[in-house]
Ligand binder design. Sequence first.
Ligand SMILES: [Zn+2]
Ligand SMILES: [Zn+2]
Length: 345
Amino acid sequence: MTDQLAYVITGRRTISPVDAADVSEVLPDHVVVEIAYTGICGSDVHAYEIGFPYHPTLSGHEWSGTVIGVGADVTGLEVGQRVARTSQPPCGRCVMCQAGHHARCENYTISSLPTAPPHGGYTPKLAVPARSVIALPDSVSLEQGALVEPLTVALHAVRRRQPRLGDTVVVIGAGLIGLATMQFAKLAGATEVVMVARGEDRRDLAARLGATTVLDPADPQLASEIQALTGGRGVDIAYECAGNAQAIQSATTLLRPGGTLMLVGTPFAPVELIPAMWMAKELDVQTTLAHNRWEFDITVDLLAKGLLRTDGMTDSVRGLSELADVFDELSGGAKAIKTLIDPRE
Ligand SMILES: [Zn+2]
Ligand SMILES: [Zn+2]
């Protein structure tokens, strides 16, 4: 028993306080982290809406904080160090790992940590295996640290299908992952990076963060503007980061024959699509899932070097006691890029 509470999604539109896991004794391979910020993930809001009993550790999986306890066997981390949450490295034991496909490790999921606490980062303190955190250099803030996990989702998507030098790409959807995908595509060599986004404020932000052209998905001239930008061919790669059928159809229209449709925002519900349109252009249709452990190092390095920017991505910081209200707001359609919860408030 502890006197600390953690908040978990326990059912449809229900967030319940539970006793936080005891952190008074640190396991030999664990660290205890005092949480600074926990980002609310779209998947958390989805779990809240449908009441699907996600493994509780999935809720509140985007956090940063300061190490306040270090297990006896842990090397390379010390009390006072600022860290962000990652996932664990490949297990090395499953069928895929043994076949040499470490990036396909069957145990690489957030909830699979064998000793994970029964809750995520919506709590003041958390004990986790030391290998599941990454140290933050001085130039990366704790607020940025809480964004490292979703930023790495975008990094993984671009590394799955990287633009070639001189390519033209379109990114549909200017949420956090879309805004990061746009920046990574540019860093990877795309010369023209078009952001298609609803809302003038999002388009302005995308332009400030480096999009070479910003367009409104509702613009009837959208397709002809893209044609004009690409000499009539269409874009080489479309990263769909909106997660709806309309965006997938739009991406299909904007691509050149032989281009790549990368589904980053993939809808979970059944949607109506016309795959024959993919065939007509002989598109490569690709998907992407989460990230690999080693990609977190790249994200943090790009943040530290100032090559990946996060200004404007955090809308608000709220206290833990407001968690249920914040979920109601986000579920009600509040247009937030990323809301952070600060359990210290
Ligand atoms: Zn997430
Ligand atoms: Zn494995």
